[in-house]
Design a protein around this ligand. Structure first.
Ligand code: UDP
Ligand code: MG
Length: 322
């Protein structure tokens, strides 16, 4: 089978209400572009009727295919699964909740034809996000900007077009703690932003709650910066220098004025303070060790329970072992 010009990779989790409107908008938007395309839906262990709807969509439209993962692996891994599966000469990654307007893809393709290999959608404003999330996200990006080893363009997210060359580069990175935005920036290639307005989520709710976003932010920081590990050397040096100075001071004072028993509060406070610091630094090391353990186990990134679509049927027919 010839590879299409563009593959859409669409991770989804409980998006039953959004799938049909999404499919219709994709067909309208890409039909208007002068490209051949396929859409790879990745059902990330949905518990609603998403998979049944995908089954229908894939039978109705030969350009659609779908993977159903064996459980919920998270959006980052679902994207990786989609990329593994996409055959296009370029891949567009987009959400299934219609927050990423398919009409923008035409502009992505235009830039791709101009020679850009990493064309990212840049949200014009974050008005659709809760205020606190915007503020905390700001702090996180600031930290990553300062201490991380990747530069993330402001407002860029997962909605983007990647040339085959960039996709192949991403496919070589099999890390489990995935922070796609960092990986997209890490691979480099000729990049450009295309501004777009984020729509409101069409139906359903975002699954990225506070706890999940915190985990995600930690993954990002720890995958792209070793500062949290290294900073303790400097904190330790500073505290040791301070302790030495204090020792000198007490020694001089004892020599001059003799022994002075009070000082119990100072002792208790400093012991508590330094135990706290030690526990924090141990915890940070623990976070990295846990991540190393996770990577070293070498488990597959995801498991596929079912594949849907014309391409799959053909592959199955020619290879019965699949
Ligand atoms: N998603 C996914 N797996 C998950 C959570 C979300 O594939 O475990 C998909 C979801 O269906 C949507 C996209 O990732 O297509 C973005 O999710 P969401 O809208 O919840 O996030 P937000 O837009 O708030 O960042
Ligand atoms: Mg969304």
């Amino acid at each position: 089978m010839n590879s299409p010009d563009v593959s859409l990779v669409i991770p989804l989790f409980n998006e039953a209400q959004n799938l049909r409107p999404l499919a219709a908008r994709i067909e309208a938007a890409l039909g208007a572009c002068d490209v051949s395309y396929e859409a790879v839906f990745v059902d990330d262990g949905s518990a609603d009727e998403s998979l049944d709807i995908l089954r229908d969509l894939c039978t109705e439209e030969p350009r659609f295919c779908a993977l159903s993962l064996s459980r919920n692996f998270g959006k980052e891994v679902a994207i990786a699964a989609g990329l593994d599966h996409a055959k296009g000469r370029a891949v567009v990654i987009m959400d299934a909740d219609l927050q990423h307007p398919p009409e923008v893809i035409a502009k992505f393709i235009e830039k791709w034809r101009e020679g850009y290999k990493n064309v990212y959608g840049q949200r014009i404003d974050r008005a659709t996000d809760p205020k606190l999330r915007v503020a905390l996200t700001g702090v996180f990006y600031h930290l990553l900007e300062k201490f991380g080893d990747v530069r993330l363009p402001p407002g860029a997210g997962d909605f983007r077009l990647l040339d085959r060359q960039a996709v192949d580069a991403l496919l070589t990175m099999r890390e489990r703690a995935r922070f796609n935005k960092g990986l997209f920036a890490w691979i480099g290639f000729k990049s450009i932003g295309v501004p777009f307005d984020v729509d409101e989520r069409a139906a359903g709710r975002s699954t990225f709650n506070f706890a999940r976003l915190t985990r995600f932010a930690l993954d990002g920081l720890m995958s792209f910066s070793s500062i949290p590990l290294k900073v303790w050397t400097y904190v330790g040096l500073l505290i040791s220098a301070f302790a030495l100075a204090m020792a000198g001071y007490y020694w001089a004072r004892t020599m001059l004025f003799g022994v002075d028993t009070p000082g119990f509060p100072t002792l208790v406070v400093s012991i508590a303070f330094f135990s706290g610091i030690q526990l924090i630094s141990l915890g940070v090391i623990g976070e990295y060790v846990a991540r190393i353990f996770n990577e070293v186990k070498g488990r597959p990134l995801y498991l596929v329970a079912e594949r849907l679509g014309a391409r799959e049927a053909k592959a199955k027919a020619s290879d019965p072992s699949q």
